[in-house]
Design a protein around this ligand. Structure first.
Ligand code: C5P
Length: 223
């Protein structure tokens, strides 16, 4: 493995807590995820506070193409490595995001990884086995650098979107740890073996007594 594939989710409400966590994990993570909670509370300063660490800005943009492009242009000065747009924003918005990006990579969220087939049906989507690869193909065709999907859907995505298209997956748990509210869980190793490039991990690392040791223990399980 060339790069550390672990992205640690900084799901905390303040810059102080995020900075403390990032320091505690140190170089045992390849990147850090700033999501809606931290960004809503602290704004772009939360990204700047992480200094030269690699950042995944997970805002799941979902709007008309003009607005998505404006958001991507506004994000560019933050020099994040990865950012997310909803594939369900549609082809025009995905293309607009990719036209507007500079050095950052644009990942499309296929279907929220908390969804099951019943949740898909409720919002008028076909079952996951159909919806996820279809949205991944749309993202690929629209020029995205990769997608976010749940671990059980990685193989179906890989079948239609070969590398170097990126597949990043949350919803992983190291062997023997609490699944929290997650349903379709796999281990980080299983996700990588199925074809994922990077894994997003939150609580198993951020709630550990020694977050750095927890991240390093997960790294040891990877190929
Ligand atoms: O559950 P955990 O604390 O590891 O979650 C880390 C990140 O992964 C969260 O920020 C959440 O956005 C994302 N996640 C997800 N789908 C899940 C579980 C978590 O997208 N099923």
């Amino acid at each position: 493995m060339n790069e550390n594939p672990i992205i640690v989710a900084l799901d905390v409400p303040t810059i102080d807590e995020a900075a403390r966590l990032a320091d505690a994990v140190g170089d045992a993570a390849g990147a850090f995820k700033v999501g809606l909670q931290l960004f809503s509370a602290e704004g772009p300063a939360a990204v700047r506070a992480l200094g030269d660490r690699r950042v995944f800005l997970d805002l799941k943009l979902n709007d008309i193409s003009n607005t998505v492009a404006g958001a991507v242009r506004a994000i560019a000065p933050l020099h994040v490595e990865l950012l997310t747009v909803h594939a369900l924003a549609g082809r025009a918005a995905l293309e607009a995001a990719n036209d507007a990006k500079r050095e950052e990579k644009v990942l499309a969220v296929t279907v929220l990884t908390s969804f099951d087939d019943a949740a898909c049906k409720e919002v008028g989507l076909p079952p996951l086995a159909e919806a996820v690869p279809a949205l991944a193909e749309l993202a690929f065709a629209a020029g995205c650098d990769g997608v976010i999907c749940a671990p059980p859907d990685v193989e179906a995505v890989r079948a239609v979107c070969p590398k170097p298209f990126l597949v990043v997956t949350p919803g992983v748990r190291p062997p023997g740890t609490d699944h929290d509210e997650q349903a379709r869980v796999r281990t980080p190793r299983e996700a990588i073996d199925a074809g994922a490039d990077r894994v997003v991990i939150g609580r198993p690392i951020t709630r550990a007594q020694d977050p750095r040791a927890a991240a390093r223990a997960i790294l040891e399980t990877l190929p």
